[in-house]
Design a protein around this ligand. Structure first.
Ligand code: SAM
Ligand code: SF4
Ligand code: SF4
Length: 340
């Protein structure tokens, strides 16, 4: 694209993807992300004045595209709770150079919003679905959510043209790991693209334990015993999921092995929190507040220079460091704030 400036970080990684958290609020209280004990009735979420407006988000995206960003994913908290979200989707879909615009949701409100989102220009949707057992699902949601509502949302997204719908399952030993084959069968039958994600130590509030992580190798072994798998070639360097094809032609399944096989060397992601902080790693311990620049007299050139500087200084490789046992530091930012 004209005017493109490639910026590389300290480990020579380019900037390619942006995840935008549009709200820090959520209608679920997943134990691994927003446990009720921490995110209870007294929890202070961001006041509206601190949250970026749609104009501000669009401006950041417009400034980031010439620096290499071509993929944008809306997330949260629960992004469908953000009022008038389709208006933001439309604005971002119209930014030249945004080649891929996607959304990650828990799916609870998807049935009623899928058509509007598709009309506004959303291309793809990822729905988090940890279990097909209604009781396990309700427990993991932390609010007793009904599985059938989310399944209806997945179907509505498919009908709206947002498919194939991607499904994310965070696997936690002793909780939902018995239902992996059932999830795989559901995805195969429905033409969905399933990803199993290793449970990660994002943030500080979940009491993460390594023995609750089910390594991807184990997930693949179990699925491979039921349906024969063969490795897919990565579509692009740094693809986060390792993908496998079902030999019988029923699509693919992927694993995201951020704990057992970290992929920091190929990490091209920047994260924008709902209150306008840029974070260069999912395990960030602090970000850079863009609001003084966004809300002050600075022009786009200054905003661009600020972001280029942040990316150039970046040397994050938390998951690799965790694998090497070095993880001490100030508290990490919560996933619901950062957007996963
Ligand atoms: N609320 C939306 C949802 O759940 O899809 C979007 C935000 S959520 C933070 C984004 C993704 O992060 C979800 O797929 C969720 O399962 C995943 N996630 C949250 N906490 C996690 C953890 N501790 N380890 C691995 N994945 C996690
Ligand atoms: Fe909410 Fe998503 Fe976090 Fe669950 S994973 S608490 S749905 S933000
Ligand atoms: Fe990227 Fe940080 Fe995850 Fe490594 S730990 S892959 S640098 S987000």
């Amino acid at each position: 694209m004209a005017g493109q400036v490639q910026v590389l970080d300290q480990l020579s990684r380019p900037l390619r993807d942006l995840r935008v958290s549009v709200t820090d609020r959520c209608n679920f209280r997943c134990q691994y992300c927003m446990p009720r004990e921490v995110f209870g009735p007294g929890f202070r979420f961001l006041p509206r004045s601190e949250v970026l407006t749609f104009e501000e988000v669009e401006r950041v995206v417009r400034v980031l595209v010439p620096l290499g960003v071509s993929k944008v994913r809306l997330t949260g908290g629960e992004p469908l709770l953000r009022r008038d979200l389709p208006v933001l989707v439309r604005r971002l879909a119209e930014v030249p150079g945004v080649l891929d615009l996607a959304l990650t949701t828990n799916g609870l409100l998807l049935s009623r919003m899928a058509d509007q989102l598709a009309d506004a220009g959303l291309r793809r949707v990822t729905v988090s679905l940890d279990s097909l057992d209604p009781a396990v699902f309700a427990e993991m949601s932390g609010v007793g959510a009904r599985l059938e509502v989310v399944v209806a949302g997945i179907e509505a997204a498919g009908r709206a043209g947002l498919g194939p719908v991607k499904l994310n399952c965070v696997v936690r030993r002793g909780l939902n790991d018995r239902g992996l084959l059932e999830l795989a069968a559901f995805a195969r039958d429905g033409g969905h693209v399933l990803r199993f994600i290793e449970y990660m130590d994002v943030g500080e509030s979940h009491g993460w334990r390594l023995d609750e992580v089910v390594p991807s190798s184990e997930v693949l072994e179990r699925i491979g015993q039921r349906w024969e798998l063969e490795p897919e070639t990565p579509r692009y360097p740094g693809e986060v999921a390792t993908r496998y094809r079902y030999r019988d032609g029923a699509g693919e399944v992927g694993v995201i092995s951020s704990v057992s096989q970290p992929f920091c060397g190929a990490c091209t992601r920047l994260r924008l929190s709902a209150d306008g902080h840029l974070h260069t790693c999912l395990f960030s311990r602090g970000g850079t507040d863009l609001r003084p620049t966004l809300r002050g007299p600075a022009g786009d050139d200054q905003l661009s220079a600020l972001v280029r500087g942040i990316w150039r200084r970046r040397s994050d490789r938390y998951s690799e460091e965790r694998a090497g046992g070095v993880v001490a530091g100030p508290p990490k930012v919560e996933m619901s704030y950062l957007g996963g």
